[in-house]
Design a protein around this ligand. Structure first.
Ligand SMILES: Cc1cc2nc3c(=O)[nH]c(=O)nc-3n(C[C@H](O)[C@H](O)[C@H](O)COP(=O)(O)OP(=O)(O)OC[C@H]3O[C@@H](n4cnc5c(N)ncnc54)[C@H](O)[C@@H]3O)c2cc1C
Length: 477
């Protein structure tokens, strides 16, 4: 590559989000470079969504089989076969498949660590040296996030695992302490309990999955305990030490001993080594954006950010949604197609040029056992938003579809209605196999569909989706 090469658009960060933004921006004929300093495909492909789900699936499949007479599986999870499958799902940490895709859609892949040197200008550092590149029109930052290691006495020196070490594990520890009761903590506690580790889950608050309905966290806590996990609520690590016997985690007046400690206490945007100070932004902070994903703190309209780095989204699906928006916005604003430019200028809230689904309709699935899936408001968040709320709970065990899955099926679903309008503003499902039920609720929330209208959307018998019929009955239709 020539020094100081210029592209119409440069995307920094080749994770799932950056790849999608770059692809979308390039469809209008703009030249687009994608910069990546590690593996193209990012966290989701190699250390997050995909390997974690590969690690969780065998335990879930066995539990489903064990739950139904006629298919009771006797065996435990086969750890080495599970790890081998995880390796395949993570493409053996080889990004050549993703690189082929990047090239096939006409993007230029640049390898190296990118830092801004000024507006629209970057220096890329790799083992081959330094390279300067410039963007004629726009830079989109999609550098993602990294695990936070909390400032606990001795923790950093004890070489804790983050989600990366947990999802790429080769040696299963006999004893594992997990700090944090959010999605990552819950999913990884499940995996290592399935693998036979003695797991202690340390939770600062009084419930798991604090962003979900309280009944979801309660069901998951009960289930983790039945898997042998010790769940400690109201507990906080105050000191950690490692010696030849393993790690020793002080929780106030008690100590838990383990072989490894996993920190799952949140993530921070990867902006600390990006040269943000040269474009007027603060390193270490998320890059704040508006609904077109334009950075609100930078002048000139050339800087955009998308994905985890914005602090606005924390999932791949929502980041990719924003990626499609920012790619289209950049294509319209800087490409030569006047029709696209006019459409972007006139864009309303339902337009594909505005990321309006980042507020009241975000879907989230936790692949715990039971699965937890929710979209939009919880009862508490709806009340906080000033909505006159009506809650419609339903016991999924009453459904014929549930009894087909297992005579002992246990699960709960709950709708949150805007009582004045009769529309659905939130839904939560907790139980085996509920993840795939979520999108029907997402469509209802985004479409602002009145529950009365859904009376005419007939669910097939005998499926779990019959809960929609029961919701209608419970609401008095
Ligand atoms: C254990 C775990 C499980 C998860 N499971 C799910 C799930 O099931 N479903 C879901 O939707 N979400 C899940 N998530 C969240 C999901 O992984 C993230 O939301 C997603 O990866 C964000 O994508 P991104 O492209 O913004 O960032 P990333 O995937 O982090 O990609 C950023 C890329 O930028 C590169 N980069 C960073 N800085 C530079 C630089 N200066 N120069 C060049 N390159 C740079 C990085 O190497 C990386 O490849 C999970 C997260 C974790 C931790």
């Amino acid at each position: 590559m020539a020094d100081n090469e210029t592209f119409d658009v440069i995307v920094v960060g080749g994770g799932a989000v950056g790849e999608n933004a770059a692809d979308r921006a390039s469809r209008s004929g703009l030249s687009v470079a994608l910069v990546e300093h590690a593996l193209v495909g990012g966290e989701c492909s190699y250390w997050a969504c995909m390997p974690s789900k590969a690690l969780l699936r065998p335990g879930a499949a066995l539990a489903a089989a064990r739950a139904v007479p006629g298919a009771e599986a006797a065996a435990d999870v086969d750890v080495s076969a599970t790890l081998a499958r995880r390796d395949e799902v993570a493409a053996h940490w080889d990004d050549s498949g993703q690189v082929s895709w990047v090239e096939s859609v006409g993007l230029t892949l640049l390898r190296g660590h990118a830092r801004f040197t000024g507006p629209r200008e970057l220096v890329l550092t790799s083992e081959d040296g330094e390279q300067r590149v410039s963007a004629r029109h726009a830079v989109i930052v999609a550098t993602g996030s990294a695990a936070i290691v909390p400032d606990v006495d001795g923790l950093a020196a004890a070489k804790p695992w983050t989600s990366r070490e947990a999802t790429s594990v080769r040696q299963v520890p006999a004893r594992l302490v997990v700090l944090g009761g959010g999605v990552v903590g819950v999913e990884m506690a499940t995996v290592f309990a399935d693998f036979g580790s003695e797991v202690t889950l340390v939770v600062r608050g009084d419930r798991l999955l604090a962003g979900a309905e309280p009944f979801a966290g309660e069901a998951v806590a009960t289930s983790l305990e039945s898997l042998g996990v010790t769940v400690l609520f109201g507990a906080e690590a105050t000191a950690v030490a490692r010696d030849d016997d393993g790690v020793h985690v002080t929780l106030g007046d008690r100590t838990v001993d383990a072989d490894e400690i996993l920190v799952a206490t949140g993530r921070r945007p990867r902006t600390d080594d990006l040269g943000l100070e040269s474009v007027g932004l603060t390193p270490g902070r998320p890059i704040e954006v508006d609904d077109t994903l334009a950075a609100t703190g930078a002048d000139g309209g050339w800087l955009f950010a998308v994905g985890d780095v914005t602090g606005r989204t924390a999932t791949t699906h929502q980041g990719k949604y924003d990626a499609r928006v920012v790619g289209d916005v950049v294509a319209a604003r800087f490409g030569s197609d006047e029709t696209l430019r006019a459409a972007e200028t006139d864009a309303g809230p339902w337009s594909r040029y505005r990321a309006t689904a980042d507020e009241a309709s975000v879907p989230q699935v936790v692949f715990s056992r039971p699965e937890v899936a929710w979209v939009g408001h919880t009862e508490a968040s709806a009340r906080k938003a000033g909505i006159d709320v009506r809650v419609v709970p339903y016991d999924l065990a009453n459904l014929a579809g549930a009894s087909v899955l297992s005579p002992d099926y246990g699960g709960t679903a709950q709708l949150v209605l805007d009582d004045a309008r009769g529309t659905i503003v939130g839904a939560t499902f907790v139980g085996p196999d509920v993840a795939e039920m979520l999108h029907a609720a997402t469509i209802a929330v985004v479409g602002q569909v009145p529950l009365a209208r859904l009376w005419h959307a007939v669910p097939a018998y005998p499926t779990l989706s019959e809960v929609w019929l029961r919701f209608g009955e419970a609401a008095g239709l």
